[in-house]
Design a protein around this ligand. Sequence first.
Ligand SMILES: Nc1ncnc2c1ncn2[C@@H]1O[C@H](COP(=O)(O)OP(=O)(O)O)[C@@H](O)[C@H]1O
Ligand SMILES: O=C(O)C1=C[C@@H](OP(=O)(O)O)[C@@H](O)[C@H](O)C1
Ligand SMILES: [Mg+2]
Length: 172
Amino acid sequence: MKKIVLLGYMGCGKSTIAQNLSKITEIPFLDLDVCIEKKANLSIKEIFEQFGEIHFRKLEHEMFLELLQSPENSIIGLGGGTPCYANNHLLLQREDIDSIYLKASIDTLYNRLVYNKSKRPLIADMNEEEMKEFIAKHLFDRSFYYNHAQYKVVVDNKTVDETVEDILKILA
Ligand SMILES: Nc1ncnc2c1ncn2[C@@H]1O[C@H](COP(=O)(O)OP(=O)(O)O)[C@@H](O)[C@H]1O
Ligand SMILES: O=C(O)C1=C[C@@H](OP(=O)(O)O)[C@@H](O)[C@H](O)C1
Ligand SMILES: [Mg+2]
């Protein structure tokens, strides 16, 4: 059974696009972060605060494997860091997966994240200037891993529906 896996930096739209793609394709959608939160019975923020990032990365890897093991078709929205730890990027190339990198520019990411940072522990306490510099450097570091996706969709200046359309074309 095939899985559609969406990846990319925080704010590129993985959760939003996965949900909308699910409505059109009628393939069930799973958000990796939400699955981790349900299993731990804690928010991502609480997991970071109480157990630290390294523990979160362990839970994230285990949940990614668990979702990939299930026999059903699904659309999986990863967390922004998922491909960058525990060799998760190598899982993106499996034959039973269509992995899609939602590629966004620093400006797009900054504009979307600046008012949506509170639930994202890596950037929650940064001011605007720090955030812009952090996103630029972090995206550069992470691009190596994101580029292991089988497909890439540029999301800048596109509506949710336009991005969903681009993904449907790739999957057709
Ligand atoms: N064209 C667009 N595509 C996707 N998200 C968009 C778009 N325009 C604005 N947004 C907003 O950007 C944010 C993307 O966040 P989210 O879907 O949680 O991304 P991720 O899961 O990649 O961190 C949401 O608040 C969403 O409403
Ligand atoms: O980039 C990251 O390392 C993270 C991204 C988040 O997911 P989103 O990309 O959905 O915000 C979430 O998994 C956690 O806060 C860590
Ligand atoms: Mg998300």
